[in-house]
Design a protein around this ligand. Structure first.
Ligand code: NAI
Ligand code: PYL
Ligand code: MG
Length: 262
């Protein structure tokens, strides 16, 4: 998994506010509103315990603090444990946490200890970014371009398919693309070398690469919903086409996880 850096998480509150405004322009609801509506849940005083994890590449400076800020932003009462790892988990439970948030290099989970529900960040992120884009108020188009079909991208593309969208998909990994085409019934479409060029008003991107969305596929005022870091599109193209960009490094996916385990 591509790991976040402390630089990605700088000014997380400001990033969340900007993302909230973009989500409101696209869907008419804020992030919380989309999560409530999609999962049919509302927080009710659940205490969230955030446990730093030292395994693998270790603690990411400001990761736990960012989760604390994100939980607070969405109305959850949370605390970061003093101890990491198993001792931190023990501390979180002893101090009354109902939901545990913790991540190693492969898995970022939310576990509700009261109802047993557990969530993984990758599908929760893919699904909520797809859900937001699927609600784009300014288009009736049912065509979506999905670029990057990995652990975040696949569940996002599947979500569009389940909602009745016609999904054009691409992944740089040919084998993965072929598998996804047959399992989801999506249409293969290489945005850089398309067989039949086309423009999209809804684009979903989940790759760890920059500039994966070329100018040729972008339509005026399209929405690009992209959890992938770094950004899928240049600032210049964003401005030129009035792109509505949904992109934020951690909070939207975390909100999706929290609401999914309530
Ligand atoms: P992954 O490695 O499972 O999937 C990435 C996919 O992108 C791979 O299948 C790869 O072949 C494909 N890819 C790479 N370059 C490409 C290109 N130029 N064009 C088309 N496909 C390309 O990774 P995962 O876990 O799905 O994460 C994807 C991105 O999302 C990463 O940057 C990760 O850091 C980010 N992420 C962001 C979150 C957020 O809240 N914003 C949450 C979780 C992940
Ligand atoms: C959850 C993010 C989204 C993108 N990449 C994922 C990532 O960076 N995962 C690693 C998280 C490690 C956290 C570290 C800590 O500070 O507790 N173990
Ligand atoms: Mg996110």
């Amino acid at each position: 998994m591509a790991l976040l850096t402390p630089e990605d998480l700088e000014n997380i509150n400001k990033q969340l506010q900007a993302a909230d405004s973009a989500v409101r322009r696209v869907t008419g609801l804020d992030i919380k509103g989309v999560c409530k509506d999609f999962y049919g849940t509302t927080p009710c005083c659940e205490k969230v315990g955030i446990v730093p994890v030292t395994s693998g590449n270790g603690i990411i400076g400001s990761f736990s603090e960012s989760l604390h800020a994100i939980a607070g932003y969405f109305g959850f009462d949370s605390f970061v444990t003093d101890m990491p790892d198993v001792s931190g988990y023990y501390e979180a439970v002893r101090n009354g946490a109902q939901i545990i948030l913790m991540a190693d290099d492969n898995t970022f989970l939310a576990h509700n200890l009261k109802n047993g529900k557990i969530a993984n960040n990758q599908p929760c992120t893919g699904i909520i970014y797809a859900e937001i884009a699927s609600r784009y108020l300014k288009t009736d188009s049912k065509d979506v371009l999905a670029v990057g079909l990995g652990k975040v991208g696949f569940p996002g593309a599947a979500h569009f398919v389940n909602k009745g969208f016609r999904v054009y998909g691409y992944d740089a990994d040919r084998e993965l693309l072929d598998k996804t085409v047959s399992s989801l019934g999506i249409i293969p479409f290489d945005p850089v070398n398309p067989d039949n060029p086309g423009k999209f008003s809804i684009i979903f991107e989940a790759t760890p690469c920059a500039d994966t969305i070329p100018e040729s596929v972008i339509s005026e005022n399209c929405v690009i919903s992209t959890p992938g870091i770094p950004c899928a599109i240049s600032k210049e193209l964003q401005r030129k086409y009035g792109v509505e960009l949904i992109m934020e490094p951690l909070g939207i996916g975390t909100a999706s996880m929290l609401y999914s385990v309530l």
